[in-house]
Design a protein. Structure first.
Length: 428
């Protein structure tokens, strides 16, 4: 069947634009030649209607609440795989066999330490530095310690920088936390799992042995899987556009960490807990807060609700909500915050304001309840999100480099002053 075409009529001109169809029947008008043929550019603030690339990595159906990584439903990956297995899938395009996973795990385990001089960097940071600032700064600084793996076009250098990033981000995040509480940095313990090692780096001290709680280990591993990729979200698009200048991978990932930090994006998980705590501390009812979140006169939003793509349930939110109940029960914890979250969800899902705007719980709505229950400090929620999203950022960056690609450089419509003459300063 011949490829579909779209017609654009502009003035006397009628042009045909190719329509491309993806493997899941998504369709896009290819406007690559629009300006050359018509002199027109498109305008789409926030890119709500604009695709930046074709990708084989993650598929989201926002209407159906579907999320697949490399064709595998998120529910199946969450149930049957571990985070490093999913990381291998995202980066390599297929699930590893046992030998491949063992080799990948071994390599990651042997890159978890950071250069001893790195500790000096942390010492220079204020105690109350947000760990996301530390993570983006230290990831960018990896380029200074590893000048041997900066060329984005050299497969060997790319592979070593990928393994270094996957291995070292948990160490860097944990050190940012330890610095903020004035505790000594722990060295990685490579006999532990990826998550077990991270938990030990976060919560162990040299004063006593640390035993990894398997319930906590599994909960964090699940959360990392659920955060691992999400097509062209704000931080991933940042990694791609920064990477399109052919800067090294460390710099592109550092930019992604900064984008993720924002409260509208990955920073929302921390904002959700702050919201739940405020409701509890102020003795607000769920209805009172929901009314605030709806009011244009109030800047409050129901954090953890709404999504650019999901206009139905975020499938990750469903999995995390179930895991929250499971983890709290197994840890024997009663969470007032979870009770408030459930009440807010029930109220919002029946409220016309949220229904009309297709606002549902997203990945951030319940994740903070789990992080809080396992002792993760609130300013470490988003660094946890970054550790989870890292393999997705890497996979998307790799995919961009696998194809011929232009440097990312959007157009604009200029609406400012037309040409003016410079007058002498004494005449202004
Ligand atoms: C993540 O893109 C991704 O895939 C992101 C992510 C990933 O995995 O990478 O899924 C992770 O970032 C999840 C989102 C986390 N952010 C939050 O939970 C913050 C709260 N949510 C919103 O700020 C908002 O919903 C966004 C930013 C998530 C989406 O914004 P959009 O699509 O640009 O929608 P919008 O801001 O234009 O809102 C549309 C309407 C507006 O009302 P009207 O102007 O039409 O009257 O919905 C309202 C908004 O005021 N609205 C909300 C709301 N979210 C949107 N009203 C109250 N509470 C909310 N949470």
């Amino acid at each position: 069947m011949p490829p579909e075409k779209a017609e654009l009529r502009y003035g006397e001109q009628v042009i045909e634009l190719p329509v491309i169809e993806g493997s899941q029947s998504e369709r896009a008008v290819d406007i690559s030649n629009l300006r050359a043929e018509t002199g027109l550019v498109t305008l789409d603030p926030g890119y709500a209607n604009t695709g930046s690339c074709e990708s084989n990595i993650t598929f989201i159906d926002g209407e159906q609440g579907i999320l697949h990584y490399r064709g595998y439903p998120i529910e199946a990956l969450a149930e049957h795989c571990g985070f490093l297995e999913v990381s291998y899938l995202l980066v390599n395009g297929r699930l590893p066999n046992r030998a491949e996973l063992d080799e990948f795990t071994h390599s990651i385990r042997n890159h978890t330490m950071i250069h001893e001089d790195f500790r000096l960097f942390f010492r220079a940071l204020p105690k109350d530095a947000h760990p996301m600032a530390a993570c983006s700064a230290m990831v960018s600084a990896l380029a200074t310690f590893y000048p041997d793996s900066l060329d984005p076009r050299d497969p060997t250098e790319v592979e070593i920088s990928i393994h270094r990033l996957l291995a070292k981000l948990p160490t860097i995040a944990a050190y940012a936390y330890k610095h903020s509480i004035g505790q000594p940095f722990m060295y990685p313990e490579n006999s532990l799992s990826y998550v077990g090692n991270f938990l030990r780096l976060m919560f162990a001290t040299p004063c006593e042995d640390f035993v990894v709680d398997p319930v906590v280990e599994k909960a964090v591993d699940l959360l990392l899987i659920l955060h691992a990729d999400h097509e062209q979200n704000c931080s991933t698009s940042t990694v791609r556009i920064v990477g399109s200048s052919h800067v090294n991978l460390f710099a592109a990932i550092s930019a992604g960490i900064n984008a993720l930090w924002g409260p509208r994006h990955g920073g929302a998980n921390q904002e959700v807990i702050a919201m739940l705590r405020a409701i509890a501390d102020e003795g607000l009812t769920g209805r009172e807060f929901v009314e605030r979140a709806k009011s244009r006169d109030d800047t409050s939003r129901l954090m953890g609700f709404g999504h650019r793509v999901y206009k139905n349930f975020d499938p990750r939110a469903k999995i995390i909500k179930k895991a929250a109940f499971d983890v709290l029960e197994r840890l024997g914890i009663h969470s007032r915050l979870l009770e408030i979250a459930v009440e807010l969800e029930e109220l919002a899902l029946k409220d016309d304001y949220f229904i009309k705007r297709n606002l549902y719980p997203n990945v951030d709505f319940y994740s903070g309840v789990i992080y809080t229950a396992i002792g993760t400090p609130e300013n470490m929620f988003t660094p946890n999100f970054a550790i989870g999203r890292l393999p997705g950022w890497i996979a998307q960056w790799l995919e961009m480099h696998e194809h011929r690609h232009k440097i990312g450089r959007p157009r604009q419509i200029y609406t400012g002053a037309t040409q003016r003459a410079v007058t002498k300063i004494d005449e202004r």
